[in-house]
Design a protein around this ligand. Structure first.
Ligand code: PNS
Length: 184
């Protein structure tokens, strides 16, 4: 009898073909709106994982500028051509969403030391709630290390030029929401 074929740990035998497990990362956030720092993290995720699922939080208490549909549409407009990226919305606990999509890694961007405290607490709480999940941190390009959706909206609303900080599709949407505002 011929010896059993060698398979990498965790690989799934499918007929005669051996498939490695799909490496899916979830990138959660409010994304109100998406900015270039978010896109930078998504590209970094794609260099490590096979697929990235962008999970947009439904939380009306935060009084978002963009509806959940608008935020998902913006991602589709920006990244729609990339079959490795999916966008979904979620409400409730992130760790429950992780179970629903059967994913292990949560990816979060870490911009500066000021992010650390909140992110550390959230990662440990998520792990306590669901020990199956792991939180991984990635650092965006230095030029985006001060960038947040809140600051981008504020600068735009006060007439600041934020081109180069948000994708053109987002800039166009900001102009629609706040006519006669942004500097570019
Ligand atoms: O872009 P943000 O607003 O920093 O993203 C925060 C987000 C969406 C990752 C976080 O608020 C979240 O996961 N909310 C869902 C509720 C939850 O699971 N909270 C953490 C444990 S109590």
């Amino acid at each position: 009898m011929s010896p059993a074929p060698q398979m990498p740990a965790g690989a799934l035998p499918v007929g005669a073909v051996t498939l490695s497990p799909r490496r899916l990362a979830v990138y959660p956030g409010s994304f109100d709106p998406p900015h270039n720092g978010h896109l930078d993290i998504i590209q970094r995720c794609l260099s490590v994982f096979d697929e990235v699922l962008i999970a947009v939080l439904v939380n009306e208490e935060k009084k978002p500028l963009f509806t959940i549909e608008e935020r998902q549409e913006m991602f589709h407009e920006i990244l729609g051509g990339d079959s490795r990226v999916r966008v979904e919305s979620f409400s409730g606990l992130l760790v429950d969403f992780m179970d629903r999509v059967d994913a292990v890694p949560i990816v979060r961007g870490l911009r500066a030391l000021s992010d650390f405290d909140y992110e550390f607490q959230m990662a440990l709480m998520n792990r306590r709630l669901n020990p199956r999940v792991e939180t991984l941190f990635m650092m965006p390009k230095e030029e985006y290390s001060y960038l947040s959706s809140r600051l981008a909206k504020e600068a735009f609303s006060l007439g600041g030029n934020i081109s180069g900080l948000v994708p053109p599709q987002v800039l166009a949407r900001l102009h629609e929401k706040m006519p006669n505002r942004g500097g570019a």
